[in-house]
Design a protein around this ligand. Structure first.
Ligand code: AMP
Length: 274
């Protein structure tokens, strides 16, 4: 596996490739969820590029940027074993040199609901880094997880507008045996919190199985209380929204359930189709 750390190197490498190029952007601390994106890219494309970059632009002032896990050697071994052709792992200074002044955000409000309402500027940080990474790696296919469904939807919008990549491919959420969605942040959980964490998915599944046009308001309120009763510290949101536009939904048709809740200082998110 080739490893590149500067924009110049990755651009030169990309220019040398013929055929389809799959791109899997990550922040590292890789788990089976990330690796399912890599596996899909390997299956679909002639060449696969992955990136590891903990993007400062998408972290708020009081978020976990400095303590975000960075097990780089382990990550490299996993990508190598999975047959990734090239890894792009820049430092923040290389990707955002002094004088960097471009920020990209979408304007239809998709980025100010759900997680966007609780993490100001987060999705602008995501859009900026993804547009930058796309312009360096120029993929034909880019792979993102449905675990971050709002992010996937916003990036589809960005890509529709800017025509950056031919195919954006969404990959279903990989879960632990007890239903907890795999996440790099799960390693922050204490054993007690880890035992409570599966209640997030379990509650979403219960809601999915009981929701109808008539009872959604009551059931979503019940769901929030259920998470608190099971031991979550707080619930940022528990909402039903349209799968395509992320607008509020009153019926399960073409809708998804979205939730974010905290266990101590660790914030977990999840979502499921209805
Ligand atoms: P991250 O490193 O958290 O930025 O995630 C990199 C990519 O992996 C994003 O497209 C995520 O949506 C995706 N991803 C993270 N967790 C999972 C999971 N449990 N299942 C599938 N994809 C995931």
């Amino acid at each position: 596996m080739k490893i590149f750390t500067t924009p110049h190197e990755i651009k030169a490498y990309r220019a040398s490739l013929n055929g389809s190029v799959g791109f899997v952007p990550t922040m590292g601390a890789l788990h089976r969820g990330h690796m399912s994106l890599v596996a899909a890219a390997k299956e679909t494309c002639d060449h696969v590029i992955a990136s590891i970059f903990v993007n400062p632009l998408q972290f708020g002032a009081h978020e976990d940027l400095s303590r975000y896990p960075r097990p780089f050697e382990q990550d490299m071994a996993l990508l190598q074993e999975a047959g990734v052709d090239a890894l792009f792992a820049p430092t923040p200074d290389t990707l955002y040199p002094q004088g960097f002044a471009t920020h990209i955000h979408i304007t239809n409000g998709m980025d100010t609901v759900l997680c966007g309402a609780h993490r100001a500027g987060h999705f602008a940080g995501v859009c900026t880094v993804v547009a930058l990474l796309f312009s360096l790696t120029h993929p034909t296919h880019a792979f993102f997880g449905e675990k971050d469904f709002q992010q996937l939807t916003i990036l589809r919008q960005l890509n529709r507008d800017l025509h950056l990549v031919e195919h954006i491919i969404g990959i279903p959420t990989m879960r632990e045996a007890d239903g907890l969605a795999l996440s790099s942040r799960n390693r922050y959980l204490t054993p007690e919190q880890r035992a409570i964490a599966p209640a997030l998915y379990a509650t979403l599944c219960h809601l999915r199985d009981h929701l109808s046009v008539d009872n959604s308001k009551e059931l979503l309120a019940w769901g929030k209380n259920e998470l608190l009763a099971r031991g979550f510290t707080s619930v940022d949101y528990m909402e039903m929204r349209d799968s395509t536009h992320l607008t509020p939904a009153t019926s399960p048709h073409n809708a998804r359930l979205f939730a974010a809740a905290a266990l101590g200082t660790t914030r977990l998110i999840d979502n499921i189709a209805l």
